[in-house]
Design a protein around this ligand. Structure first.
Ligand code: SF4
Ligand code: MG
Length: 321
């Protein structure tokens, strides 16, 4: 199977301005040398605490932000520096489903119009011409037909996310980047929306980059999972391999925090000391060393590189030589 997306040494830095001259005094390295790929039809989960750079990674791939360095290759085509018409043309191949369906949809816009808008923009067709197509999309995401004439504010959070998904599907994208698509929703509707995304993936052959802050949500969605910490991927592996044998001490801590419903399978929770350091002033060596229960002397000196230690399982940690 071919790679639909290849991300190579991606960096997204924000300048920090200081002093009364507003000079650049440093950089926030929000995404710092991130490399991964996603095969056609696959779901890669990207996990990490807030501020680790996972959303910035997604936005840089979508060209909502400019990369400082590195490459984004979609379907064999380097899109990192595309501009204007060529960028617009490629944009329809990838769509985003946002975290907050309340903020990402205009509450005063008719739902039919919200969903049709991307198609109208690309094809110049009128809303009237698209009505049947839009109603079919609404039906496919589990909304009633009369949703077409209603307004986004008339719907619950879960239904609004369905509207957002219908809109994202309208242009038949190849890649969908879902940035915490259920974290603003009630727990009771989260799994319904996740199941819908999975069904749509099978039906439309979609490829997903699925961003989440906890490992329990991505578990059901992902084929492979990448764990991010302070702008970098610290471990990436097949889902089963990652859950059964997490190698990085940070991944081990995240997995130990997943609630275990079966009391007979007791596990020890690894509690991390301290907060995530600021990406404006990252620690020397391994960025995780100030919080790592396994830290050794060399960890504060040399930054470990992401290395394959088992087939398909990569980790950035000095424990694995
Ligand atoms: Fe911990 Fe050292 Fe591995 Fe970093 S390199 S995760 S500090 S053991
Ligand atoms: Mg985020």
């Amino acid at each position: 199977q071919k790679n639909l997306l290849e991300v190579k040494n991606l960096k997204t830095y924000y300048p920090i301005k200081g002093g009364f001259m507003r000079k650049t005094v440093g950089y926030v390295k929000a995404v710092d040398d991130v490399t991964f790929d996603i095969k056609e039809g696959e779901t890669l989960g990207l996990v990490g605490e807030s501020g680790c750079g996972k959303s910035t990674t997604g936005r840089t791939i979508l060209r909502l932000l400019d990369a400082t360095d590195g490459q984004v290759i979609l379907d064999g085509k380097d899109i990192t520096k595309l501009k204007g018409k060529t960028l617009r043309e490629i944009r329809k191949d990838f769509q985003m489903v946002f975290q907050d369906p309340y903020a990402s949809l205009n509450p005063m816009q008719m739902v039919g119009d919200i969903v049709a808008e991307p198609i109208m923009n690309y094809t110049g067709k009128s809303l009237k011409d698209l009505k049947d197509e839009v109603i079919e999309l609404l039906r496919r995401v589990g909304l009633p037909e009369d949703a077409y004439y209603k307004y986004a504010h008339e719907f619950s959070g879960g239904q609004r996310q369905r509207i957002g998904i219908a809109r994202a599907l309208a242009l038949k994208p190849k890649l969908i980047i879902a940035d915490e698509p259920v974290s603003a929703l009630d727990v009771s509707v989260q799994s319904q929306v996740l199941n819908l995304l999975k069904e749509l993936q099978d039906e439309f052959g979609l490829t997903f980059l699925f961003i989440a802050h906890d490992l329990s949500v991505v578990k059901h969605m992902s084929d492979r999972i990448g764990v991010m910490y302070l702008g970098g991927i610290v471990e990436i592996a097949d889902k089963d391999s990652l859950y059964a044998e997490p190698l990085h001490p940070y991944t081990q801590a995240l997995i130990s925090a997943i609630p275990e419903p079966d009391p007979r399978r007791k596990k020890e929770r690894i509690v991390l000391e301290g907060d995530v350091p600021s990406p404006a002033n990252p620690p020397s060596g391994c960025p995780f060393h100030p919080r790592c229960p396994m830290a050794m002397e060399e960890c504060s000196k040399a930054k470990p590189q992401l290395k394959e230690v088992k087939p398909g399982h990569k980790v950035a940690c000095h424990l694995y030589k």
